[in-house]
Ligand binder design. Structure first.
Ligand code: ZN
Length: 94
């Protein structure tokens, strides 16, 4: 069984029993994602010329209360680190 999540970096299916590594991020103000809560969206990174997948956090979620809009999901520490570095340049990260 997989968890239904794919790694935002390498696109591997993440097994259900694996620990999800979430990287919270703020969306830029010019991206309207209010209609997409709870969905996985593709975020295009212009500098990298590739898409990464991100989960749009729900209004009542803890991540949102901390001021984040997106959660990038990674399958491993190395993917999490790669995502952080790639995304951090284009989207404001904590
Ligand atoms: Zn990965």
């Amino acid at each position: 069984m997989d968890s239904g999540f794919k790694c935002g970096w390498c696109a591997d299916e993440i097994p259900e029993d694996a620990e999800l590594l979430g990287i919270p991020a703020k969306a830029r103000a010019d991206i309207d994602i209010t209609e997409m809560e709870g969905q996985v969206i593709d975020v295009f990174l212009t500098l990298r010329e590739r898409n990464v997948q991100a989960l749009v956090v729900a209004k009542d979620s803890p991540a949102k209360r901390e001021g984040n809009d997106l959660l990038f999901v990674a399958c491993s520490e190395s993917c999490a680190e790669a995502l952080k570095q790639a995304v951090g340049r284009e989207i404001e990260l904590d």
